[in-house]
Design a protein. Structure first.
Length: 279
């Protein structure tokens, strides 16, 4: 165990050189995560920790391995519904909230296409401050893609679902470029949601709670990237966060602590436009 921890810290030197310390890496690696398996090929992990990135953190994640028969898809409803309701309506096993959306109109503010049907496009505002990536879902296959206005204009793919979001945090295991993203969005601690893949083919849905003094501080994008990198992430994409952050499991319900009701409980789900689910 000691050898593994030292090796992990050494390998992460390139990402701990910023605000994240070796102590943060050590805390992630050595903390006792609560672990269960809702079904074959799926692992649910959670961690409450008093001091990570200079504050308390509440982290929940779902790992979907290659051995799982689950397929991933996007559910959407412009009337806006809770992630848990959309997930149950699609007979999902697990779900996480999706991308950014117009809270008045209910539509996604990011590119969203299912097979040949274009549903929404990325607004100029989203493209300017944070949306530089997308997730492509096709059955059991999940890919994190670079995404720009030019790529979007010229995108001809007509198989599977593409949902833009951002920023991309990891590409091939290395820190992505956020230089053109809004600095405030990158550096401020918020509740966060993310989807990432690992070298061995796992797909992971992850939430970090926040906006709850003494319980969950939330994370900046560099901190979230560091966490995912330590956990074995290879390609990673930030999703909508804040009050939208929700992780749901069939039979268990909402397992994180959504903050839209300003309470640290499982009842504060916000109505959203879309979610990513596995079925």
């Amino acid at each position: 165990m000691k050898r593994f921890v030292l090796l992990a810290i050494a390998c992460l030197a390139c990402v701990t050189a910023q605000a994240q310390s070796a102590a943060d890496s050590l805390a992630i690696v050595t903390s006792k995560w609560s672990t269960s398996s809702p079904q074959k090929g799926v692992v649910y992990k959670s961690l409450r920790i008093d001091n990570l990135y200079k504050g308390p953190q509440s982290i929940n994640l779902i790992e979907i391995s290659r051995s799982s028969k689950l397929r991933l898809a996007v559910a959407h409803d412009n009337r806006m519904r809770r992630t848990s309701d959309m997930a149950q309506g699609h007979n999902a096993a697990v779900a996480i909230n999706g991308t950014f959306y117009n809270m008045r109109e209910g539509n996604s503010t990011c590119f969203y296409k299912v097979d040949k049907e274009l549903i929404d496009s990325t607004t100029a505002y989203e493209a300017a401050i944070r949306v530089n990536g997308a997730v492509h879902l096709q059955g059991r296959k999940v890919r994190i893609l670079d995404w720009t206005r030019d790529i979007e204009r010229n995108y001809k793919g007509n198989k599977g679902t593409v949902l833009a979001a951002g920023p991309i945090m990891l590409e091939d295991g290395c820190k992505a470029d956020w230089s053109e993203c809004d600095e405030g969005f990158i550096k401020t601690k918020h509740p966060r949601s993310a989807i990432y893949t690992t070298r061995d083919g796992k797909v992971v849905l992850l939430t970090v709670d926040g906006r709850s003094s003494g319980n969950a501080a939330g994370m900046s994008i560099p901190e979230l990237m560091h966490l995912i990198r330590v956990l074995g992430g290879y390609d990673a994409l930030n999703l909508d966060g804040g009050g939208s952050t929700t992780l749901w499991i069939e039979g268990a319900g909402v397992v994180n602590y959504p903050c839209d009701n300003k309470k640290f409980d499982h009842e504060g789900e916000r109505r959203v436009s879309n979610c990513i689910y596995a079925y």
